[in-house]
Design a protein around this ligand. Structure first.
Ligand SMILES: Cc1ncc(COP(=O)(O)OP(=O)(O)O)c(N)n1
Ligand SMILES: Cc1nc(C(=O)O)sc1CCOP(=O)(O)O
Ligand SMILES: [Mg+2]
Length: 198
């Protein structure tokens, strides 16, 4: 697997401009509730920043814009998958990361040959309201046994302190939002994340 083990998620290219120089090598742009022109501009800027820093950019949700912008990766959740044109995504050469939260969702996505599978929320998250309780570390181990060689991303309530246990439980990658974005010193927190995942 050639994806980095540290996978932060940000909602604006300004975050990427700050964090990529610190050594972030895998990052998601997760934009919600913005006009199409803003989404297109943000994705184009993030694409160029990631290329300049040798980092992998994963675009959340906006698969058509990601195709149009010549991006390499898209992340889709279960509801996104209902609407997405997977053939067009594959034809354009994009790699596909998917969210899962239960058995049925995992069965569904494994049939799509995803390039990574995310399991969440491993711990409670404050970022968004979710109908799933925390999955816990034994579930991470179970998921890794079921996905086999496909990289497994753990997400939800992640912190620098929790990351080693999640990796030890079987996750290949740990994804995080508020432990960084709400930290008083996001740059220092990213450095700590890089240290604990390298
Ligand atoms: C790495 C990673 N895992 C899960 C998600 C959640 O995707 P989704 O269920 O589509 O929800 P939104 O993020 O779109 O609100 C993710 N974005 N990234
Ligand atoms: C965007 C997202 N997806 C999740 C899932 O379980 O699919 S949990 C989550 C939020 C992650 O944010 P934080 O690191 O602040 O908890
Ligand atoms: Mg989504």
């Amino acid at each position: 697997m050639n994806l980095d083990r540290f996978y932060p998620i940000f909602d604006h290219s300004d975050w990427l401009r700050r964090m990529l120089p610190l050594g972030v090598k895998l990052v998601q742009l997760r934009i919600k509730d913005q006009a199409d022109a803003v989404v297109r501009e943000q994705i184009a800027v993030s694409r160029d920043l990631c290329r300049a820093h040798g980092a992998v950019l994963v675009v959340n949700d906006h698969w058509q814009v990601a195709i149009d912008a010549g991006c390499d990766w898209i992340h889709l959740g279960q509801e996104d998958l209902d609407d997405a044109d997977l053939k067009a995504i594959r034809r354009a050469g994009l790699k596909l990361g998917v969210s899962t939260h239960d058995d049925d969702e995992l069965e569904r996505v494994l049939a799509m040959s995803p390039d990574y599978v995310a399991l969440g929320p491993v711990y409670p998250t404050i970022l968004k309201k979710m109908k799933w309780k925390q999955q816990g570390l034994p579930r991470v181990t179970e998921w890794k046994a079921r996905v086999g060689e496909v990289p497994l991303v753990g997400i939800g309530g992640m912190s620098v302190e929790r990351a080693p246990g999640v990796l030890q439980a079987g996750a290949d990658i740990v994804s995080v939002v508020t432990d960084i974005t709400l930290n008083a010193d996001p740059e220092a927190r990213v450095r700590a994340w890089i240290e604990v995942t390298t």
